[in-house]
Ligand binder design. Structure first.
Ligand code: SF4
Length: 561
């Protein structure tokens, strides 16, 4: 089976030490990316770890195709114990990091410990494998992400494509802080940025020419690339915002903190409005699909990348803000301060509801700065919606502490089930019944009878995230092509996905999560029964737990390295 190659580099930032660990046997079973990092996290993070403690570990991991010339294959994965959900989360980002990462000669970076000063960590390829230098960077305390990039360029001649970076939000342990790369691409969901902040790691850079030789099967490699380059999908012009109005008009988008189902000013923040502000094409490494959205507004002096659909929702409809430039400003603030746009936008929307201030974009922008620096009301909001909602006097629109994505489970009931059972919480990339329900392939009404399909989608998405392949390449990366690429039958790929999901679930069970956490803050038909159908399809217990005997340890034990 095709899988990532190279050792894991374990960096203890407290000890200022680094070791390479042979993980070939793990990679052979798990491909790379998410499944590999999940196995490592499950086996090496103590079940009772404090997300902000030195014992938590953050993983940055790659897939096998990152040096290929195939579209959709240049992404990277991050995994760790989330300070927002208190369970394992994985999140991935595009950009151009992957080539520099594998060039440094590793497949996984593991960060553990806690530094007593703010650090930049430099990883390069050495004759004996990856090498590490530690640099104290007190001058970058509180720096926004673009200032970190400027520093790395002037002091080390490295570009933003060489770096992962946190902003002030990560340093200040905002529970939904992101890790940024290429200034505008976010490892967004679940607060891994705050995990790096708790370790006092401001930035990690990667550089080298030691990428392993990986032969990518062709076909299908060049077929995928050619089709991506010649596609006339609307998404190539408008990114994920292309269907905003269709979804608003035919289904729903949570509006004014879930008070409403549709937004009357959708046209002014939808795909056409975003495309009007787009000034050039944008892409990720080797991707001919090029769906990114570099946008600017000269009158108000904002230049950003996006907003994508989820940000149009979180800083637009959910806050009652109907001006695309205001949403662009929020998007850029989140990138600079280092915060997930979905969780930040929904949490600020909860605050706007408590203040009866929907639509007040100036207040939104001020509040984002306060959250990142934990000033005034920002200190409460930095805890996220689930921990702040009671004090704000609003309902808690999260699952397992993670704020909802836009695709509304109140009208897409299979997607609602997906949100309820996902180990990551209310995230749209985890299961993704939404595509089948929007298209009508699956009736959006009702939850019963959908569990088997959901299990298949979740398993498939693990394989995608282990590749690490972009979700937007789904139409081109068919099941048959995945078999060709990875060199194994699709059934085996499904098993790899199922094993990773069991490890996530088992870890979370050990932290006390069970059937009570697989719930929604609103009612949809037959949810409790559908959750049991889901457990049965996965072979889990009725209380939502995985038997210990089902999950074996595959990673080298921490301490053996
Ligand atoms: S489809 Fe878009 S987001 Fe995905 S890799 Fe290509 S350019 Fe990046």
């Amino acid at each position: 089976m095709l899988h990532a190659k190279g050792p894991m580099l374990t960096v203890d930032v407290g000890e200022r030490s680094a070791d390479t660990v042979d993980i070939d046997s793990v990679l052979e079973r798990t491909i790379g990316g998410r499944a590999t990092a999940t196995a490592l996290a499950h086996d090496r993070i103590p079940f009772d770890a404090d997300p902000f403690g030195p014992e938590n570990r953050a993983y940055l991991s790659t897939g096998p195709m990152q040096m290929s010339r195939t579209s959709f294959t240049g992404r990277m994965n991050m995994t760790g114990l989330s300070p927002l959900t208190d369970g394992l989360v994985s999140t991935n980002a595009g950009g151009y990091l992957s080539r520099n990462f594998v060039g440094a000669g590793l497949s996984v970076l593991e960060l553990v410990g806690e530094s007593d000063e703010l650090l930049a960590i430099h990883v390069t390829d050495g004759p004996e494998g990856p090498e590490v230098e530690f640099e104290a960077v007190p001058e970058l305390e509180g720096a926004e992400t673009s200032r970190v990039s400027a520093y790395m360029e002037s002091h080390h001649d490295l570009g933003p494509e060489n770096c992962i970076t946190i902003g002030p939000a990560g340093e200040n342990l905002v529970r939904f802080a992101s890790v940024m790369t290429f200034d505008s691409r976010a490892f967004g969901r679940g607060g891994i940025g705050a995990v790096l902040g708790s370790k006092n790691v401001k930035c990690v850079t990667f550089e080298g020419d030691s990428a392993p030789e990986v032969e990518i099967p062709d076909p299908p490699a060049m077929d995928v690339h050619r089709e991506a380059a010649t596609s006339d999908d609307l998404m190539r012009r408008q990114g994920t915002t292309g269907n905003t109005e269709f979804i608003n008009d035919n289904f729903s988008i949570p509006t004014r903190y879930f008070d409403d189902y549709e937004f009357e000013s959708i046209a002014s923040i939808g795909g056409d409005a975003v495309e009007e502000k787009k000034y050039k094409k944008g892409a990720c490494s080797q991707c001919a699909y090029a769906c990114k959205l570099p946008t600017k507004d000269e009158e108000r002096g904002v230049e950003t990348e996006g907003p994508e659909f989820e940000t149009v929702y979180s800083f637009g409809t959910c806050q009652g803000v109907g001006d695309i430039v205001d949403v662009m400003i929020s998007n850029e603030l989140c990138d600079e301060l280092g915060m997930d746009t979905i969780s930040a936008g929904v949490t600020v929307a909860a605050y706007l509801k408590s203040e009866d201030a929907f639509g007040d974009a100036e207040l939104v922008h001020e509040t984002l700065e306060k959250i990142a620096h934990r000033e005034g009301i920002g200190d409460l909001l930095a805890e996220g919606t689930a921990r702040a909602h009671e004090e704000l006097g609003v309902d808690n629109y999260t699952v397992k502490g993670l704020e909802f994505a836009a695709h509304d489970g109140r009208t897409l009931h299979g997607q609602g089930l997906s949100y309820a059972v996902a180990n990551r919480g209310a995230d749209h990339m985890y299961g993704g019944m939404l595509g089948l329900e929007y298209s009508g392939e699956v009736d959006p009404e009702g939850t019963l009878g959908k569990a088997e399909t959901l299990v298949g989608l979740e398993n498939h998405n693990v394989v995608r995230d282990s590749g690490v392949i972009c979700a937007f390449g789904g139409d081109y990366m068919t099941d048959e092509r995945l078999e060709q690429l990875f060199g194994v039958e699709y059934e085996r790929l499904q098993e790899i996905g199922a094993e990773a999901i069991e490890r996530e679930r088992h870890f979370n069970n050990k932290r006390g999560k069970d059937v009570a956490d697989d719930d929604l803050p609103y009612e949809i038909p037959d949810l409790a029964e559908a959750v049991q159908e889901y457990y049965a399809a996965r072979g889990w217990n009725e209380d939502g737990t995985v038997p210990d005997t089902e999950v074996d340890s595959v990673a080298p034990a921490a301490g053996d390295d």
